[in-house]
Design a protein around this ligand. Structure first.
Ligand code: TXA
Ligand code: MG
Length: 406
């Protein structure tokens, strides 16, 4: 029973794949194959409802160091700590900053936890400095994925876990994506760990828990409650946060502000992100992505994308272009279909579905070895704000909407 849950792929023989069915969790599998790894300070990639995470003991500096080595992640990009019960906050948050009944933070926890919301707190002194990349705040969330929660419960550890992609790649929404980025072709040595960054792709991970595909698909919303800043948009939407307190705003206020209408001060704020990870290239497929912001009417949007693609085909008649489609009403009948590889990604009326499939669409088109990816943008409200935030970071070029606001 327990053995049947463990597989090894031929391509990555030094990484174990452990299957755990989220609808009927087998504790024995977790106790035998996952908990001992975490308790030894080693890493496990595991499913959360947002994306797969690369988890290690958040109270162990050596485990945190391994996370950075495994992904090839720059050490100035802090990690999110995952918990399964409110009482675990006591080991992570400075005593004076624990949520008080009736406070905004308590309201956020009651409303959105467990779920895809990360809250930044003043840190407890026992949280290692490398977890927070030297900051005196720690980012914490309580995931809703039953497998992630059970692993936290059974290991008794708060788990530091960034997305389980190789640094710079799209976040993984399936165990296969993790294997592709972090699977090990051979056992690694201590020396490899020390030389992780020369190792090229990071040292990878020895154990991946497969709990199926992630239902949210983009990473959690990150908020700093003390000044109502949304540091990273997600599927806990700005609109939902504003229902709780209308002072919440997107950090940097890039939303709906055209670049040349921003004040120098606003632009400077955007250029020096407070969430350190934001300054790196992220989520990128291996071929250029051209993102088209929405314009209306649909006929103008179609014409703009069509003429861009025609131009690419003129330059290279054998080019293969991946086209990520979101809007049902856009038609590309004028284009030579043999140059196109369509990827239907939900619909503009179901933004949650667009978010769910976004990173998987980048990876799927990568695998199809297209030369270029073109994506139809969405309006930047509700989950569309998170979708466009990730797509912009992945894009080589963003073709602005008529007034930059779509
Ligand atoms: O949904 C998620 O949040 C996933 C799953 C695995 O939980 N995790 C994730 O982690 O996306 P990561 O490391 O890929 O992104 C963490 C983000 C980064 O942008 C980082 O800068 C920000 O959270 N962050 C972490 N600690 C912070 C802090 N103390 N202050 C401000 N931002 C912080
Ligand atoms: Mg990430």
């Amino acid at each position: 029973m327990v053995e049947a849950a463990v597989k090894v792929s031929a391509a990555f023989p030094a990484t174990k794949l452990v299957t755990v069915d989220p609808t009927s969790i087998d504790d024995d599998v977790i106790l035998q194959h996952v908990v001992p790894v975490l308790q030894a300070g080693q890493l496990v990639a595991l499913p959360t409802e947002t994306v797969y995470g690369l988890a290690g003991n958040a109270l162990d500096a050596a485990a945190a160091a391994r996370i950075f080595q495994a992904k090839g992640r720059p050490s100035d990009n802090p990690l999110i700590v995952h918990i399964s019960h409110m009482n675990q906050l006591q080991r992570l948050v400075a005593p004076h900053a624990l949520p008080q009944p009736g406070s905004l933070i308590q309201t956020l926890c009651d409303r959105f936890w467990p779920g895809p919301l990360t809250i930044v707190f003043p840190k407890h002194q026992q949280v290692p400095m490398n977890v927070t990349a030297g900051l005196d705040h720690v980012a914490i969330r309580m995931p809703s994925h039953p497998v992630a929660r059970r692993i936290i419960d059974l290991s008794g550890l708060p788990l530091a876990a960034p997305s389980a992609n190789r640094s710079g790649r799209p976040s993984p929404t399936s165990a296969d994506h993790v294997l592709h980025d972090l699977g090990r072709t051979r056992e690694i040595t201590e020396e490899d760990e020390q030389r992780a960054f020369e190792f090229g792709r990071g040292t990878g991970v020895g154990c991946i828990v497969d709990g199926g595909e992630c239902s949210v698909g983009v990473e959690s919303t990150v908020v700093r409650a003390e000044d109502f800043q949304v540091l990273r948009p997600g599927t806990v939407t700005l609109e939902q946060l504003r229902q709780i307190d209308d002072r919440f705003e997107l950090y940097g206020a890039t939303r709906n502000v055209h670049k040349n209408e921003r004040s120098a001060e606003e632009q400077a704020q955007i250029d020096t992100p407070s969430t350190p990870g934001l300054k790196y290239t992220h989520y990128a497929p291996s071929v250029p992505l051209i993102l088209f912001e929405v314009i209306s009417p649909a006929s103008a949007f179609t014409a703009r994308i069509t003429s861009y693609i025609q131009e690419q085909i003129r330059k290279n008649p054998s080019i293969r272009i991946g086209l990520i489609r979101v809007h049902q009403d856009l038609q590309y009948s004028e284009l030579p279909q043999e140059n196109l590889e369509y990827f239907p990604l939900g619909s503009s009326t179901d933004l949650a579905a667009v978010a769910r499939g976004l990173f998987a669409s980048f990876r799927a088109l990568d695998e199809k070895k297209v030369d270029l990816i073109v994506m139809e943008g969405v309006l930047e409200n509700f989950e569309g704000l998170a979708v466009m935030n990730r797509a912009r970071k992945a894009a080589q070029t963003v073709v602005e909407g008529e007034n930059g606001t779509a």
